[in-house]
Design a protein around this ligand. Structure first.
Ligand SMILES: Cc1ncc(COP(=O)(O)O)c(C=O)c1O
Length: 369
C-alpha cells in the first residue's frame, strides 16, 4: 500500500466546475480586482469572523504587507518563532525589520511566557505562528502587546479554520495572514494570500498598498506594490470554499485516529504525541509527533511506501541566511528538539482510513511493539 504525502493530483482531478465558471468569466474579463475577488473576500471575512478580508499575492505578502501597513520599518525588531517556514521570517526581513526569535513550547507554538524577555525598545511587532494548524496562546500574547504597544500579525498561513476558545485564528491580532497555496485546504491554482482584519483604517491602507497605492485610476495616494489576488484565482477559491469544512473535518478525523493509536502507553518509550489543548481547534495542516530513532523510522516508513517527512530539519535561527542575527545551536532548545526528533505523517483529506491504519501498523512494527 502507498501512503503519499502529496494529494495534488486528486485535488485537481475534477476541474470542470472551475472551467465552467472561467468560461462565464471570459465574457466579463474583469481580470484585476474583479467581481469574483469581491465575493471571495466577503466569504473569507465571514468564515474568519472579521470585518474585512483583503486578497493579496501570497501568504508571504499577507504578512509583509500587514507589517508595512501597521508601520513596521527598517531598524524595528519583530518577535517570532524559529520553527516556522522561512516565509514568516522572510516577510519580517522584507519589511526591513530584524527577526527576534523566542523558543516554542512542546506544542510547537510560540512560548508566550518567554516573549516579554525578548522585548526591547526597538520591538514593534509580534508575529505568532499558528504552526501546523494549532492556535498559539493568543490571550496572554495580546495582553503583552497591549502593555508594550506592539502590533500583532498572526501568521495563520497553515491554520484556516483553527479556533481558540471558539475564536477563529487570524481574527484576534491586528491582522491575520493566510496562504491559498495549492497545499492549503482553501487553495487556488497557484499563489495567493489573504489578510483579515477588523480595522477599517488598516483595511483601507492594505487595499492601497496591494495596488500601487492607487486611490483611483489616476491618483497615487502613497507608494505601494503590485500584490493583488488574481481574479481568476478567486474563481477557483470560491469553488473550493464550498468543500472547505469537509476537507478540514476529514483531516481532523485522521489526526484523531493517529492520536488515539499513537497516544497508547505501548509507545511510551519511543514516540510522543504533542499535548493537545481542548480549548484549541487544531486543523492539522501537518500531523507531527516526536519520535526516537527518527532517521531510521523515516527510512523504514519511506521504504514501505509511507511518505513521512520532516518539517523542518534545520530551524530558522540555524539557517545560513540567519548567521548575522547572532544565534547559535542551543539558542532555542525546544525548536531544535522539534527539528531533531519530530516526524510528519501523511494526514490529508484524500487518505483512506486503511492508509492511516497501515501507517500506525508500520510504526508499531518498526519499534517491535
Ligand atoms: C507558516 C507559514 N507562513 C507563511 C507561509 C507563506 O505562504 P505563501 O507560500 O503563500 O507565500 C507559509 C506557506 O506555506 C507557511 O506555512
Amino acid at each position: 500500500m502507498r501512503v503519499p504525502f502529496s494529494f495534488l493530483t486528486e485535488q485537481f482531478a475534477n476541474p470542470e466546475p472551475v472551467f465552467d465558471k472561467i468560461r462565464e468569466f471570459l465574457k466579463r474579463c474583469d481580470f484585476t480586482l474583479g467581481e469574483d475577488l469581491t465575493v471571495f473576500e466577503g466569504r473569507y471575512a465571514k468564515y474568519c469572523g472579521t470585518k474585512h478580508a483583503i486578497g493579496v499575492g501570497s501568504g508571504t505578502d499577507a504578512i509583509f504587507l500587514s507589517l508595512r501597513a501597521l508601520g513596521v520599518k527598517p531598524g524595528d525588531e519583530v518577535i517570532s518563532a524559529p520553527n516556522s517556514f522561512i516565509a514568516t521570517t522572510g516577510a519580517i526581513v522584507q519589511a526591513g525589520a530584524r527577526p527576534v526569535y523566542v523558543d516554542v513550547t512542546e506544542e510547537m507554538t510560540l512560548d508566550v511566557g518567554k516573549v516579554e524577555g525578548a522585548i526591547t525598545e526597538k520591538t514593534r511587532a509580534i508575529v505568532p505562528v499558528h504552526w501546523a494548524g494549532n492556535p498559539c496562546d493568543m490571550e496572554p500574547l495580546l495582553a503583552l502587546a497591549k502593555k508594550y504597544q506592539l502590533v500583532v500579525v498572526e501568521d495563520a498561513c497553515q491554520a484556516l479554520g483553527a479556533k481558540l476558545n471558539g475564536r477563529p485564528v487570524g481574527s484576534m491580532g491586528d491582522a491575520g495572514a493566510f496562504s491559498t497555496h495549492p497545499l492549503k485546504p482553501l487553495h487556488v491554482w497557484g499563489d495567493g494570500g489573504v489578510i483579515v482584519t477588523n480595522s477599517d483604517t488598516l483595511a483601507v491602507k492594505l487595499r492601497l498598498l496591494r495596488n500601487h497605492g492607487l486611490a483611483g485610476r489616476d491618483t497615487v495616494d502613497s507608494y505601494g506594490y503590485n500584490s493583488r489576488f488574481d481574479n481568476l484565482q478567486a474563481i477557483v477559491g470560491n469553488v473550493v470554499m464550498d468543500s472547505l469544512d469537509a476537507t478540514i473535518d476529514q483531516r481532523i478525523a485522521h489526526a484523531e485516529k493517529f492520536d488515539r493509536a499513537l497516544g497508547d502507553r505501548k509507545f511510551f518509550s519511543c514516540l510522543r504525541v504533542p499535548k493537545r489543548d481542548v480549548q484549541k481547534k487544531h486543523v492539522f495542516h501537518l500531523y507531527q509527533v516526536y519520535v526516537q530513532k527518527r532517521e531510521l523510522l523515516l527510512g523504514f516508513l519511506n521504504r514501505h511506501g509511507i511518505e513521512a517527512k520532516v518539517h523542518y530539519p534545520t530551524p530558522l535561527h540555524l539557517q545560513p541566511a540567519a548567521l548575522g542575527w547572532g544565534y547559535s545551536k542551543g539558542s532555542f532548545p525546544l525548536a531544535e528538539n522539534q527539528s531533531e526528533f519530530s516526524i510528519t505523517l501523511p494526514c490529508h483529506q484524500y487518505l483512506k482510513t486503511e492508509q492511516v491504519e497501515f501507517t500506525i501498523q508500520k510504526i508499531s512494527e518498526f519499534y517491535g511493539l
